[in-house]
Design a binder for this molecule. Structure first.
Ligand code: C2E
Ligand code: CA
Ligand code: CA
Length: 555
């Protein structure tokens, strides 16, 4: 009588290397060595164990059952063995032969052996699955990591399906703020919820994959025909979280750069292009989704060059200062120039690059500080020049990155430039973006004191952009608050914005702060601001930033 389990079974099994422990392989071994044994369901669960640890645990946590289906269920034709697992679960292995075969003693013996073999295999698969898990899945969110992503992409390339995908680089907006505001634990929950949402979309509806590349960066692979739907989905992800026992929901906003993969692209290409596109969203206020275009590559190359050559570019006078007028609108019929903001421009190969495209890059590596001091110095020079030429300058504000607050010599560096040019400080103002981090708050307070002592005005820029809270208002040390364009944009849209803006203005007025609104583009906005007690504006309604000589004509 032919045995069910031949020595071939063990021989072949022992030759399968760990990498080849693919369920298909094991199935093949079963099939080839035991034609009379039915093995289908057992294999399915083995596959689940090895390849989808997440799903597996959901399916198998209660009772871990591995069935070697005897496809007929006649009791005499199979043997059921039960094993206890380390985590208190059970594995039941049923092995048997097909119904029309004769159930001999040898058969039974073989089924015992088989059952034991399956059990061992499952054990091996479990070790494998934890290895797989570590190797291919992100430990914080449970979705794929970069290796998992690469494996997926490798497979799609292998299947010739790579070009049916679109790669999306996603970056959660304000993750740092979320963490500092709600605490790291809640921050993690929020990130997790976001990861799960995109993963679910990608793996079910998009037949793709979502992977966390580290930090708050994700790469999502979506079938091209699902891309629109995906972008729609991403713009509206709501995640529940808990702080101090209270349940909340938060809309997690992200920036997306996406790229439709083309023939001939490799893995690097499709990741890099989506990355290039997402980087550009950082430089564009209000634009969260950008599609990759070839021209972006030359742009990025320029940025790289700039990063390497800021001092050289400064020496070559590639940076020029533009001035945008600030006006007093208290007299409706007669706007009066009462200040200006200095805004840097980079002239590269005769082309004007707006700061939105390079300031964020230089903010990251700290080179922005060179530019800030350069612009400030140019402003000092221009003011003296205007006076020398018989003009009466207005107060000019210069932007300084928040990074400077970490430099304990910030104030003295500013003072040194003022002394060097011997400029009257009543013409000088400094804009710094608001922040909510306490350390920064203290540094800002100290800086404000130093500036106050020498008569330099301080303005908190971009107020209302991001995470303002009413509590913040009373802590603001600056003389002037600049209302961010994003809240001005909302004026007249019949939402809550009107109410909020008017109350913010009221509060700031009561606290004795000066207020200026930026990004004012329409008469309606100006009228609303005036009616509500804000008489200083800056925006295209009056003038765009312009070259020095044009600005002189305004003065
Ligand atoms: P910001 O400080 O908020 O400057 C205001 C920006 O809004 C300017 O863009 C200005 O051109 C634009 N703007 C003003 N009015 C309007 C309007 O009515 N409508 C619209 N759509 N836009 C308006 P710009 O010059 O491109 O500067 C962008 C940002 O670059 C600045 O935002 C600032 O954060 C940064 N930046 C510019 N120069 C410097 C600098 O010397 N140092 C530092 N650290 N940052 C700078
Ligand atoms: Ca500014
Ligand atoms: Ca601003």
């Amino acid at each position: 009588m032919e045995r069910l389990v031949s020595t071939d079974f063990y021989n072949i099994l022992s030759q399968i290397s760990v990498q080849e422990m693919d369920p298909e392989n094991i199935f093949k071994v079963f099939r080839e060595t035991m034609p009379r044994v039915a093995v289908s369901r057992g294999i399915v669960l083995l596959r689940a164990t090895m390849y989808e640890p997440k799903k597996r645990s959901r399916e198998m946590n209660v009772t871990e059952v591995v069935l070697l289906d005897a496809s007929g269920g006649e009791e005499t034709n199979n043997i059921e063995l039960e094993y206890a697992t380390a985590n208190g679960g059970r594995v039941i292995v049923v092995s048997g032969i097909k119904r029309d075969e004769i159930w001999t003693t040898e058969c039974k013996e073989d089924c015992y052996v088989l059952s034991k073999a399956i059990y061992l295999l499952v054990g091996r698969a479990k070790t494998m699955s934890s290895l797989y898990n570590l190797m291919f899945y992100d430990q914080l969110t449970g979705i794929a990591n970069e290796t998992g992503l690469n494996r997926f992409m490798g497979t799609t390339i292998h299947k010739g399906k790579f070009t049916s995908y679109c790669s999306n680089f996603l970056n959660i907006k304000n993750m740092k703020l979320l963490n500092s505001r709600y605490g790291d634990a809640a921050g993690n929950i929020i990130m997790n919820g976001f990861a799960k949402a995109i993963d679910q979309f990608a793996s079910t509806e998009g037949s793709g994959i979502a992977a966390r590349l580290g930090g708050d960066n994700f790469l999502v692979f979506i079938l091209q025909e699902k891309e629109d739907e995906f972008l729609q989905f991403v713009s509206n992800i709501i995640v529940p979280y808990e702080v101090g026992g209270e349940k909340h929901n938060i809309k997690v906003e992200s920036r997306v750069g996406y790229y439709f993969i083309k023939a001939g692209d490799g893995i690097n290409e499709c990741m890099r292009n989506a990355d290039v596109a997402v980087k550009l969203t950082r430089n564009n206020d209000g634009i969260n989704v950008i599609k990759f275009e070839e021209s972006m590559k030359t742009h990025m190359l320029k940025m790289k060059q700039l990063e390497q050559n800021v001092p050289e570019a400064i020496a070559n006078k590639e940076f020029v200062v533009y001035y945008q007028p600030k006006v007093d609108i208290s007299d409706e019929g007669n706007f009066r120039l009462n200040g200006a903001e200095a805004l840097v421009r980079w002239v590269r190969d005769g082309e004007m690059v707006p700061p939105g495209e390079f300031v964020p890059v230089l903010e990251k590596n700290g080179l922005i500080s060179l530019i800030d001091y350069y612009v400030f110095e140019q402003v000092c020079i221009d003011i003296n020049d205007w006076i020398a030429r018989g003009m009466t300058p207005v107060k000019v504000s210069s932007n300084f990155s928040r990074r400077h607050l970490q430099d304990k010599d910030f104030a003295s560096k500013v003072e040194a430039i003022i002394r060097k040019h011997n400029v009257d400080t009543k013409y000088l103002e400094i804009e710094i973006t608001e922040s909510y981090e306490d350390e920064d708050m203290n540094a800002l307070m100290a800086f404000e004191k130093s500036m106050h002592a020498i008569g330099v005005h301080l303005t908190v820029d971009d107020f209302g952009n991001g995470f303002s809270s009413i509590k913040m208002i009373k802590n603001i040390v600056a003389d002037t608050i600049k209302l961010d364009k994003s809240i001005i944009d909302g004026i007249g849209n019949e939402g809550a914005d009107d109410i909020i803006v008017s109350h913010i203005i009221q509060m700031l007025n009561k606290l004795g702060k000066n207020i200026i609104a930026e990004g004012v583009e329409t008469k309606e906005q100006a009228n609303f601001l005036r009616a509500n007690g804000c008489n200083n504006i800056q925006g295209y309604l009056f003038a765009k930033p312009c070259a020095r000589d044009v600005f002189e004509s305004y003065m």
